[in-house]
Every structure is written in C-alpha cells, then in structure tokens.
Design a protein around this ligand. Structure first.
Ligand SMILES: Cc1cc2nc3c(=O)[nH]c(=O)nc-3n(C[C@H](O)[C@H](O)[C@H](O)COP(=O)(O)OP(=O)(O)OC[C@H]3O[C@@H](n4cnc5c(N)ncnc54)[C@H](O)[C@@H]3O)c2cc1C
Length: 545
C-alpha cells in the first residue's frame, strides 16, 4: 500500500489548484498579459500544503520553546516538521516571495497566496514579504539587506513580522503606548505587543512605537525594525505566550515583550503611521487573495461531493437548489477574485509612491479596503454553504471542509476589521478624493462590455452611491459605511467581469456579472440562467458535470 495521505477524507486533495482554476488563469492573463507558470505551486498546494495545514490544525500545533538545553532563554517556536519543509520550499524553491523583487509582479505573488489558500501558512509568507517590502523601500543600513533573506534570494531563510496591536487596541493604533527612546544614538523600545503573528519564528519584526514628545494619536507613531537578536547575540524581545486560536493554527500568534529592545528606525520618525499603513496594504491584499483561495478549496470539496452523493435518486448536483447554491458560491468567488486583482494592479502601479502619495496610491488604498471586506464576506458565505452541501458530514471536524469555515472567519478580523476598512474607505474618499479616480476609471471600463445594460446599471450604482455621500448627514454616512462599501465593491466587480468577458470573448463572465448585479446590488433572487450556462459556470469550465 502507498504511504497514506488525506485522500480518503478529502475530495479535493490531489487536485492541481492552478490548472483546475480557469477563472484564476483568465484573470491573471487579463491583468498581466500572460499566464504565469504556477502549475507546480498549484500541484503542491493540492497535495502537501493541503495535507500539512490540515495535519497541523488537527494534530500538531506549534509549541513555544522558552529555554534551550544549555539553560539560555531562546523563545523559539517549534513548527511541525512537515510544515517547516513546506514553508522553506515555498519561499526558497518555488520563489513565492520573490516575484515582486525580480521583475515578476505582485499578481503572481498573490496568486501563490490564493493557491496556498491556508491563512496560517499564507500568513508566514505574508508577514515576511510585508517586512521585506518595507525594508526594501524605506529601510537603511544595516537592516535593508534583510529583504533578500525574507524573500528567498539569500539563505538562510528569514521570517518577518508586523507587530502593531497592543492590549488596549488593534483598530486604534493611535492608542499604542510602546515607547522608543533614543539613547546615545541607539533606539531602545519598551512595550508589549498583544497579538504578534510569527512570534518565535520571526528574525526581524516591524514594530510601531512612539518617542517621548511625539504627538498624540496615530500621527505620533514611528516604525522600527527590531531584529530577534541584539548585536551581542542575546535575545532582543521575549515571547510571553502563544495564543490558543480557533483557526490559523499553522502560524503561531503570541504576545511579545520589548524590554530595552534595539530598534532601527524606518524612514522618517514622523511618517511611521504611513509606512505601517502601506505595509498593511500588502497584508490586506494578501488576506483578500487568501480568502478567495480558502473559498476555492471549500468550493471544490463541495462540488466534488455534490457530483457523487445521491439524494432522492439523483446526484446532489442535479437538484436545482444545489445548482443554485453552487452558482452563488462560484459567482461570489469570481467577483472577489477580479476585484482583488484590480486592487493589486493599482497597488503594483503605485509601488514606488512615497508619502504624501499620488492619486494612484489612494485609489489602490480605496480598492484594497473594499476588496478586504468583500472577499472576507465571500469566504465566510462560501465556506458556510460548502459545509451545508455536505449535510451532517459538513459539521464534523474530522473532515477538511469544516476547517475551511473556521479559517474563513479570521479574514474579516485581522489586518483591520470590516468596520475599520469601511471607515478607512470613507476617509480615503473624503480626504483624498479617491472616488474621482474610481468613477473615471469605471466609466472607461464600462465602455468595453458584452451586456451594456449590466455595466450601465453597475456604473449607476457607483455614481449614485458616491453622490449620495455629499448630502447625507455624517452620522448616517458612518452608520451605512459597510453597506456603501458592499455596493461599491460588488458594482466594481460587475463592471470588471463585463470588461473581462468582452476582452477575452467569454459570455460566462457576463453571466456571472448579471448574477452579482441582481443578487448583491439589487438584492433580487439569483437569476435563472440557461441550464447549460449554469453547468458551465459551476463546473468552472473544467469539471464535467
Ligand atoms: C489570529 C490573529 C493574529 C493576529 N496577528 C497580528 C499581528 O501579527 N500583528 C498585529 O499587529 N496584530 C495582529 N492581530 C490583531 C488584529 O489585527 C486585531 O485583533 C484587529 O485589528 C482588531 O483589533 P482589536 O482586537 O484590538 O479589536 P478592537 O479594536 O477592540 O475592536 C473590537 C470591535 O470594535 C470594532 N470597532 C473598533 N473601533 C471601531 C470604530 N471606530 N467604529 C466601529 N467599530 C469599531 C471593531 O470592528 C471590532 O469589531 C491578530 C489577531 C488575530 C486574531
């Protein structure tokens, strides 16, 4: 008998998640003009990554090692060895974190995060590339060079981290109390970071702190790079404990104490909040791509089950309501997919921007806030429906489909909650005028369409939503912020799907645009497409139904 895998408990195990995901490949071609070769990551993702992340969740949590055998305080985390090998392979062999630095694009990096799907493993890559990006762009000597190890150009592989949240508040970074003092030309940090992903793994972390005399609130925040070890080889920060979490088990999240920790200032001290927010763009985009990856895995588990399981004498997939559920799931996934690649495209175009930034960066920020919320909602909904399609089996924690729903539930929380994204979206509209770029871009995109009426209605929804902000009471605008974000997000997706349909000559994307328009914007029932169109969409054009 071959050595065992999880193929007996997972239907999606063994799929190549890239070759089977035609929409992902179409969207990548649309945005970068070619189809990147992610087939080997796709195969890895459907086999070893899939199995390792499930194994860690069920059997093999990370463990904190506080003291070495020699009696030294070490504060490292022991990862499951299968997971450790996977992370090394992803960064060093597959180069998943190298794309943005070697002439590739952020689309390829984030498509890899989508394929990995797992938010724990994905988080370890994300905190590393986020740190690499910030050091590469704003870091000085001696810390800039770390970006090479963090993104897999040089060995040894290093892991990064971004520690901003403190016990009194994660949303309100202006409430940070960690102090950075400059003593004899060296910055020393003292404080306590309450949610610190990568604790015990990180070789270097980005840390927010304020220096004495800095203004109150977010404007007084500076950003520092804090290596794990001081120049004398002693620990530079301490891991107090690891959190016990309901998902994302494959990334350790801990509490970190900074006690006279050596820090290296990033850029200008007064611009720390801008650098922190810019690094959050990377993780928010990553979260969005990862959310679509989670949804995709849950979708395949459910679709394959629906193709086999029979009820009332026929396969689940032959029941109309099951087709409707799968159509809703697939349409949401593709709406989120195209939206977050659009946000990525604008981020890519603004990657050389620095504070105070251009309108392209503000537009990228607007789209990122929107994509973060929409994709998180999608992941929660799609994984919930996937569990439901499995019936009672879906609720059992012994099979992978249940895990996808637990994993999905982190996506609206970390990297800034949904409420915070909605408020930040309002801020970038009101203070930076990002809606002007949005409207002119969408007007342009709506011209290239298969079904002009669908694009026209979506554009109208965007224009009316934005213009209503001008005369509403501010408290009502705040109260409705998440609804505003939803309308804008889904309407943008509709226009982009129509645009894609017309660009590559495939009506299926126009059909999906219609589903999203009716269901998510006009709040009507899901439209009854032609049976052959439904079959094509739910089989995503690759699986025979
Ligand atoms: C698994 C995990 C890993 C994490 N890893 C990291 C990490 O590596 N680095 C890091 O810095 N942080 C990390 N975090 C922290 C995370 O980013 C925060 O938990 C999150 O940003 C919310 O902050 P909070 O928990 O302090 O909630 P709070 O800020 O207290 O918010 C509580 C609730 O109030 C709402 N709320 C707050 N302010 C407003 C407002 N003005 N209007 C409307 N609603 C509001 C929020 O939306 C939320 O629903 C992690 C969290 C988790 C769960």
């Amino acid at each position: 008998m071959p050595l065992s895998t999880i193929k007996d408990i997972s239907l999606a195990y063994g799929l190549n998640f890239y070759s089977i995901d035609k929409p992902l490949r179409d969207v990548l071609r649309f945005y970068i003009g070619r189809e990147p070769d992610l087939y080997s990551i796709g195969a890895f993702s459907g086999t070893d990554i899939y199995e390792a992340a499930y194994r860690v969740d069920q059997l093999s949590k990370p463990a904190l090692i506080t003291w070495s055998i020699k009696g030294d305080r070490v504060d490292t985390v022991w990862l499951d060895s299968f997971e450790r090998i996977i992370i090394e392979k992803l960064i060093l062999d597959y180069g998943a974190n190298r794309f943005p630095f070697n002439g590739g694009s952020w689309h390829e990096h984030f498509a890899s995060i989508n394929l990995i799907g797992d938010p724990g493993v994905g988080c370890i890559l994300t905190i590393s590339i986020q740190t690499a990006y910030t050091l590469y762009k704003y870091g000085g000597d001696p810390i800039r060079g770390y970006y090479r190890n963090l993104s897999g150009f040089s060995k040894p592989l290093m892991i990064g981290a971004t520690w901003f949240t403190e016990i009194q508040g994660g949303s309100d970074l202006g409430a940070n109390t960690t102090i950075a003092d400059r003593v004899n030309g060296v910055w020393r940090l003292n404080g306590y970071k309450y949610f610190a992903s990568g604790a015990g793994l990180a070789d270097i972390a980005l840390v927010t702190a304020r220096s004495p005399g800095a203004p109150k609130g977010a404007k007084g925040i500076s950003l520092f790079a804090v290596p794990r070890l001081r120049s004398d080889g002693k620990l530079n920060f301490y891991v107090r404990r690891l959190k016990v979490k309901s998902g994302t088990v494959s990334v350790p999240t801990g509490e970190v104490e900074l006690i006279d920790s050596d820090g290296y200032i990033i850029g200008e001290p007064s611009k720390g909040i801008y650098y922190a927010l810019e690094s959050l763009m990377v993780s928010r985009l990553s979260n969005s791509h990862g959310a679509i990856g989670i949804s995709r895995k849950a979708y395949f588990e459910a679709l394959l089950y629906a193709l086999e399981r029979k009820a009332f004498g026929k396969r689940l997939v032959d029941h109309l309501l099951v087709q409707r559920d799968l159509l809703e799931m697939e349409s949401l996934i593709e709406a989120g997919l195209i939206l977050v690649h659009k946000a990525t495209k604008e981020f890519e175009e603004s990657k050389n921007d620095t504070p105070p930034y251009t309108s392209t960066y503000h537009y990228a920020r607007l789209l990122t806030h929107i994509a973060k919320n929409i994709t998180a909602e999608i992941a929660s909904r799609v994984t919930q429906l996937a569990m439901e399609l499995f019936g009672g089996v879906g609720f059992l924690s012994e099979y992978p489909v249940e895990r996808w729903h637990r994993e999905a539930l982190i996506t609206p929380i970390w990297e800034g909650t949904s409420n915070i994204q909605a408020l930040d979206m309002l801020e970038v509209i009101a203070k930076k005028g990002a809606h002007e770029t949005l409207i002119s871009d969408m007007r342009e995109k709506a011209k290239e369409t298969i079904d002009p009426e669908v694009s026209r209605r979506a554009l109208k929804a965007i224009e009316e939503t934005i213009s209503s902000l001008a005369f509403k009471d501010p408290s009502l605008i705040e109260y409705e912020a998440k609804d505003t974000l939803d309308t804008l997000g889904y309407a943008i997706s509709v226009i982009l799907l129509e645009n894609l349909a017309s660009h590559i000559g495939e009506r299926r994307y126009s059909n999906i645009a219609k589903v999203i328009l009716d269901r998510m914007i006009d709040k009507k029932p899901i439209p009854r497409l032609k049976q052959s169109d439904i079959i094509e969409i739910i089989g995503i054009g690759t699986i025979t139904i």
